[in-house]
Design a protein around this ligand. Structure first.
Ligand SMILES: Nc1ncnc2c1ncn2[C@@H]1O[C@H](COP(=O)(O)OP(=O)(O)OP(=O)(O)O)[C@@H](O)[C@H]1O
Ligand SMILES: [Mg+2]
Length: 221
């Protein structure tokens, strides 16, 4: 089964929840999977880091899966790194992915923000997918405004021949509004042939939400 990049149409759309759900799903099927977030910004003492959530979902702690960049400022990784006087070597991302693969695990990579956010100057999540043979899961808001964001993200991937495994519309409200109700069928018409999955709102913390999401994302696993 292909390794995956979980990207989003924006920051805060549910990438970590869905990446962790994909890991749980693989593990439930008897495969071993490991999450890897190469660059993590906006870290605070209060919040739980995405990389820690992915490690908990993976059930393993390995230095290979730790982020290459961890910074406090909530900025695109390339910008935060420049301000901190450091940088991320894109070649290291590939080396980590190959190392994790060599351990026999399926690798689930989480991007930072959306697809074209610079991880380092000249390297985006799209480049990481292309250079490492990753298939892509697009996570998006479910409501008004998402059609354009999803279509643009999908088009950028198709233009570079990167396979899109599925699109997850992630609900944040308990009761869907009109746009949330009509968007799945609309996207299916706009982007035929790609599974469009709706993940409802779940209670609990991010890991609880990820476990509860497993049955809703099984179609792209
Ligand atoms: N299906 C859901 N039900 C309820 N809450 C959700 C759901 N999906 C995501 N959330 C909440 O939305 C917030 C953002 O989710 P998440 O951290 O997965 O987004 P992200 O795209 O990974 O963000 P970032 O760009 O910071 O990495 C979190 O507080 C999470 O608990
Ligand atoms: Mg995240």
């Amino acid at each position: 089964m292909a390794d995956l990049l979980v990207t989003g149409t924006d920051t805060g759309v549910g990438k970590t929840v869905i990446a962790a759900a994909l890991i749980f799903n693989a593990r439930q099927q008897g495969a071993s999977a490991v999450g890897f977030k190469p660059a993590e910004t906006g870290l605070s003492d209060a919040g739980v880091a995405d990389s820690d959530i992915l490690a908990q979902a993976s059930g393993i702690e390995t230095p290979l899966a730790r982020p290459l960049l961890r910074l406090a400022e909530a900025l695109a990784p390339a910008v935060a790194a420049e301000r901190a006087g450091c940088s991320l070597d894109p070649g290291d991302i590939g080396r980590r992915i190959r190392g994790l693969r060599a351990g026999g695990r399926r690798v689930i990579v989480e991007g930072a923000g959306g697809l074209l956010v610079p991880l380092s100057w000249g390297c985006t999540a799209l480049d990481v997918a292309r250079e490492n043979g990753l298939q892509v899961v697009i996570v998006a808001r479910a409501g008004l405004g998402t059609l354009n964001h999803v279509a643009l993200t999908h088009e950028a991937l198709v233009a570079r021949d990167i396979p899109v495994r599925g699109i997850v519309l992630n609900m944040r409200d308990a009761t869907p509004d009109l746009a949330e109700r009509t968007n799945p069928a609309t996207l299916a018409r706009m982007i035929p042939g790609v599974p469009i999955l709706v993940n409802p709102r779940h209670d609990g913390d991010v890991l609880d939400q990820a476990r509860a999401s497993v049955s809703f994302i099984a179609g792209i696993a």
